[in-house]
Design a protein around this ligand. Structure first.
Ligand code: SF4
Length: 234
């Protein structure tokens, strides 16, 4: 049986399993730490850093740092909130995100975080990268301009033999998300839907079923991100 440890988040006394990731232990204690790349029970990627917290006085990603007896976590402080806001701004300027015309608007975690942190004009210059839309697979549009490199699709969407349907290509400024056309040709409707659902932005869209959910009825149209912890862990 896992050892139960006590720790605090912003002074609130919490309990978790020794070694459990802070972000999951926090959610189990009703504390919201934002995530974009993280999904419970997946191998952590630690790529987006939106869950940056202070753990025993040091900046750490809560999605890769385990909890231990007496761990002191700072989460909801003006400094950390501004760091997270800056990360959201960087993600917006790095890609091309046009929320009003995106099918994922209202269901998009990045957009919801933009609202949460009251992002107005980003403090960083836009990169205006141009990445081609990949529309040649039967069930999926891959809008590479919106990818935030969270790696969720790479880690989750696999064929029967465990091969990833999505993969990254390039490095640095040339990094792009790609789809294996052969594997994608055999993707079931269920997996195509799952790919769209787990993508935290509108980079993966299903073909033939666009805009089925009217604006005003979507996940974050009802409740802001973080107000319902179930919402953030599919
Ligand atoms: S396509 Fe979506 S799920 Fe895949 S890495 Fe990009 S943002 Fe993440």
């Amino acid at each position: 049986m896992s050892e139960i440890v006590k720790f605090t988040i912003d002074g609130k006394e919490c309990q978790g399993k020794k070694g459990q990731l802070i972000v999951d232990a926090a959610a189990d204690n009703g504390v919201y730490i934002p995530v974009l790349c993280h999904m419970r029970d997946l191998i952590p990627a630690g790529s987006c850093r939106i869950c940056t917290t202070k753990v025993n006085g040091r900046y750490m990603a809560a999605c890769t740092t385990p909890v231990d007896e007496g761990t002191v976590v700072e989460n909801d402080t003006p400094e950390l909130l501004d760091i997270r806001k800056a990360i959201v701004e960087m993600l917006f300027v790095e890609g091309n995100h046009f929320c009003p015309s995106c099918e994922k608007s209202g269901n998009c975690d990045l957009q919801a975080l933009g609202y949460k942190y009251q992002m107005m004009a980003p403090r960083f210059p836009y990169a205006f990268e141009r990445r081609e839309l990949e529309a040649s697979t039967p069930k999926i549009f891959l809008e590479k301009n919106r990818c935030i490199f969270c790696k969720r699709c790479v880690r989750v969407i696999k064929d029967d033999q465990g091969r990833s349907v999505f993969a990254f290509k390039g490095r640095g400024k040339t990094l792009q998300i790609n789809i294996d056309k052969k594997l994608a040709a055999n993707l079931s409707d269920e997996m195509a839907k799952k790919a769209m659902d787990i993508c935290p932005v509108g980079a993966i869209l299903r073909k033939e079923v666009g805009f089925v959910e009217p604006i005003g009825t979507k996940k974050y149209d009802h409740k802001p991100i973080g107000s319902d912890l179930k919402n953030i862990y599919q």
